[in-house]
Design a protein around this ligand. Structure first.
Ligand code: NAP
Length: 278
């Protein structure tokens, strides 16, 4: 069996997904290829997806700006993706396209790999940002049993919208200023905005003056891997969690959906870090 996998989005020429999935294929002796299908915004999206279906592609990932648009082209969608309202992984089951979202659960897996007993402490979590990634992470955490998650975002209404998904547990919405002043109430602080990303690597979404020393500081930005936010947290003695591990675990869950194969992560995290740091 020779598998075709791929990624749709725009622009995606520099994506690391082909490299990650090639590592997975090598490890599991899966014969196949993972290709980038860049779809420009003025393209006939329906025709492009039908083209992939006709190629007999086994599965593909979906990234910006198509994570919501793809839903109209699917035959079915799993519960996690429906709750999030976005799809990042599609399985082609005999011509039927089924949508999943592995972003949130991938994030949770990466966090628990780094801090195995974190859930047992019933942590108070602060999510900074309310974009697409935050929505996935909020759902992933709540559906994995993390009950106390507050959200702070520049645009208040977007955070309110995430809260309205009505998952169990408690959620308060804060301004970024309130988050800064109440930081000592949180055990895990997850930075999901694009602030601090290359080339503006000196920027940081909030100051960490009130950070608890025992807190976990997590940033999903992975270019650079050590963002200003993580550097600041580390300097203050907190534990850190790096963004490239989310990228890795969302891919691992996607590969499992397509092939039923389990990946041994071993030193994959370090390999990806080296790849990113050139
Ligand atoms: P998005 O939907 O566009 O959301 C962007 C978020 O950043 C919003 O909350 C936005 O606030 C906030 N923001 C942007 N500029 C800001 C500023 N100057 N001040 C305050 N807030 C600002 O993007 P996304 O898809 O969620 O992605 C966000 C980041 O996560 C990107 O850097 C992306 O590369 C990274 N990411 C990483 C992974 C991974 O696997 N590690 C996966 C997905 C995404 P408003 O709502 O007020 O606009």
């Amino acid at each position: 069996m020779y598998y075709l996998f791929g990624l749709i989005g725009y622009p995606i020429k520099h994506s690391l997904s082909p490299w990650i999935h090639e590592q997975f294929m090598k490890q599991t002796n899966t014969r196949g290829e993972y290709t980038i299908f860049e779809i420009e915004q003025n393209a006939d999206f329906k025709a492009e997806i039908n083209n992939l279906r006709q190629k007999n592609i086994k599965g593909f990932n979906v990234t910006i700006p198509y994570k919501e648009t793809i839903i109209n082209e699917l035959n079915d969608i799993d519960e996690q993706a429906r709750n999030i309202g976005a799809v990042n992984t599609v399985l082609n089951l005999d011509g039927k396209l089924i949508g999943y979202n592995t972003d949130g659960l991938g994030y949770v897996k990466s966090l628990e790999k780094a801090y195995p007993s974190v859930k047992e402490t019933d942590p108070n979590i602060l999510l900074l940002g309310a974009g697409g990634a935050a929505r996935g992470i909020y759902n992933g955490l709540k559906s994995s049993g993390y009950l106390n998650i507050d959200i702070a975002n520049r645009t208040f209404e977007k955070a309110e919208k995430i809260k309205q998904t009505n998952l169990v547990g408690r959620t308060k919405i804060l301004t970024l200023e309130e988050a800064e002043s109440k930081l000592d109430q949180y055990d895990i602080i997850i930075q999901t905005t694009s602030v601090g990303m290359k080339p503006k690597t000196n920027e940081q979404i909030i100051n960490l003056d009130k950070l608890k020393q025992t807190a976990i500081i997590s940033d999903i930005v992975y270019q650079p891997i050590m963002t200003q936010f993580l550097k600041d947290g580390k300097k203050r003695g907190a534990n850190i969690h790096k963004g490239h591990t989310m990228l890795l675990y969302q891919a691992e869950l996607a590969f499992n959906i397509w092939t039923n194969q389990q990946i041994k992560m071993n030193d994959m995290d370090l390999k990806l870090q080296n790849k990113l740091e050139g």
